[in-house]
Design a protein around this ligand. Sequence first.
Ligand code: SF4
Length: 571
Amino acid sequence: MADDFDAEQKRYLEGFAHGITAVRMTGGLGTGGAAPAPAPEPTGPDAPHIKAQDKLVKAGAKLSDQEKWKRAENPFDGHNRLIAEAEAGKTPKPEDNFRWRYHGLFWVAPAQTSYMCRLRIPNGILQHWQFAGIADLADAHGGGYAHVTTRANLQVREIAPEHGQPFLDGLVDLGLTARGAGADNIRNVTGSPTAGIDAQELLDTRPLARSWHNWILNDRSLYGLPRKFNVAFDGGGVLPVLEETNDIGFQAVEVTEGASVEPGIWMRLVLGGITGHRDIARDTGVVLRPKECNAVADAILRVFIENGDRTNRNKARMKYVLDAWGFDKYLAAVEEKLGRKLERVDPAHIKPRGGFDRYAHVGVHRQKQAGLNWIGVVLPVGKMTTDQMRALAAIARECGDGLIRLTVWQNFLFSGVPDAHVAEVEARVAALGLTTRASSIRAGLVACTGNRGCKFAASDTKGHALMIADYIEARVKELDVPVNLHLTGCHHSCAQHYIGDIGLIGAKVVVSEEGDTVEGYDIVVGGGFGEAARIGTEIWKAVRAEDCPGRVELLLRDYLAHRTGPQESFQ
Ligand code: SF4
């Protein structure tokens, strides 16, 4: 298919004309006939992408394979063919694996010869019956377990080819979808997990996350971007949502008297976060009314669609357009799309954000509603069995407000739990082999899928994360402050190792002259989020996995020996 498409690009330059989803001949090329008719302008929802591709091709650039696949058959147009092939038990070709990701299914061989499904859960919040329903689907079609991801989302694994579409159909029955959860699309929309229950919050992010979720789901022109794209909404509460790691972050802020805009709650716009590429989103100076977020995010995306790199996947994120243009030029292009100027505010007129509670995702916390609590449950590197999920759903229904709030820390919160039910919730969670209490190291333990389920991984991140936590809990009992430990299996950085206090990225460690390797990690320290957002610094390369617990212990003991007191963070 790739070769065919290269020929197609060549023909285009010689005078072929473009339709919307296919190239068709409009003249007598090669026949000695009349000059080809001018190419008709693409129209319809795919047109912005086709025009952006055409611009690159005309300039002599070679589109990436993924761009050719999107062009040859839009993944939504090809859905019925994909289903038929999966029902026949066929393993998807690379281009169809890419297309399935538009529908939320990822063929993850050779790590597992099956699909993984990544859902979409706006603001990470589910009703108890949806959570239990996903468990039933994971039993019927998957491996009988699920993982909470670092985008406050759920993934279900070990879905056989013929079970892929029935799983997706089951999600629809639950009022859920996985549409656009993978490939070059806008990923799960995150928002503050304590939205609506946090006394410190400035704004409830749930309506914003839900509205943006529906906005993007229902506009085909916002799929098929140059590369994946992340958007997050922070309401200003005590629990971070890590919006600074997103392409677009909206931060609720309070603008004070005397500013160039009315005082009150606005959304500050930060752009360009992508920690795997060592960048954290930066303040644009722009503030928006909450109701403007969708239109502005839409315009930002359309500038990216037209100008993002579609030739080199490593440079195809929005960050690289921002780097090449600078914020002023990018925002001018956004304003042109919007047909109006955006409001800007001097940072001196923005009140400092309220602080974070680094334990807010674990244990019992008072809600702003009198007599009610949220309770954070620790999941071992995000994993739950389906039996645990159904039992947890029952706890949410019987003891809380019925909601399960997933967090970017790979765990979840019960909310709306009356004081009288707190002890019962904790006891029922413990009876499931889980806990609402965690040590300083386990509370901030984050690990990507690793080589048990992802072909890109150099190491078993989840297994090693638990190994390190066990070791540290047994040996560094005096650790009295939370220390975030992030393990990621490859440069894609799904576990955001660069913003951990201690971050590990998978690496093959050469152990013999013959080139034999074992699993290991490069180690970075000093990353952070929120006000302390920073990309960590690499201090060790190629440490064997078995030596990592000792290295982490060394770092923690050094911190404990040299800090001025517990108020001095690890960072
Ligand atoms: Fe896979 Fe790499 Fe993401 Fe880990 S960081 S889940 S290894 S792609």
